[in-house]
Write a protein that binds this ligand. Sequence first.
Ligand SMILES: O=C(O)CCC(=O)C(=O)O
Length: 277
Amino acid sequence: MSNKEFRTALIQLLVSSNKNENIKRAVEFISIAAKNNAKIISLPECFNSPYGVKYFPEYSEHIPDGETTKALANAAKENKVYLIGGSIPEREDDKLYNTCIVFDPEGNLIAKHRKVHLFDIDIPGKITFKESTNLSPGNQLTIVDTCYGKIGIGICYDIRFAEMAALYQKKGCHMIFYPGAFNLTTGPAHWELLIRSRAVDNQLYVAAVSPARCMDADYKAWGHSSVSNPYGEIVCKAGSGEEVVYADIDMDKLNEIRTNMPYLNQKRADLYEIKEF
Ligand SMILES: O=C(O)CCC(=O)C(=O)O
């Protein structure tokens, strides 16, 4: 495969309350995905800790000197892959963030995305979640330059904000990765709809990577890690359990879709515009 055609792998990890075990198993799956020829591998949101505000302080660590950063750097280097490190609770000074770290195939830390839209919702009788209880939002958008093109990074709730994805497209991204953990209420309603919408809006590949569902956990993840192609077709999709799913990315296909339907060039900048950050 050339740099215009490559395989990506989405690791739908079953996250437990044992941090060391979570990291160890993530590293094992990275090596399996690399053996299956994946060149860009992503972990899910909050993969080294159970998902929940009460867990963030205990599981948090500094970046880059924390154990998770070191383990992922080694895994990227040993397997010679780009690694999108899902997300982990990050501590800096007295603040906590929900942070995705990205590594190149030499193991260098090339990006750090702090979730910019915190997940604060209250659907009575269904789900209440308030990340802003103890997390701070990131204040930057994140584009990673790779030998496979530019990749935008968002974390979970970030996928709901169409302008963010539009800006990534405008700045040249051909893929957006969203490590995420939707739930049993908003998952069936919106997970796939949002993945496909961001892909069609922007004629790019969208990968969304969830933890596996654990019915004993406080937060029950929806699962269904998926990739949509730029036409809005789901090209791979996990179930709810632990598994790795793969998608073959094809830049010629993306360019063909953009040529056939050139609506990205038909926007009315005289009427509306996405501003650059
Ligand atoms: O937007 C949603 O429905 C879920 C978001 C979420 O779980 C998160 O941001 O972690």
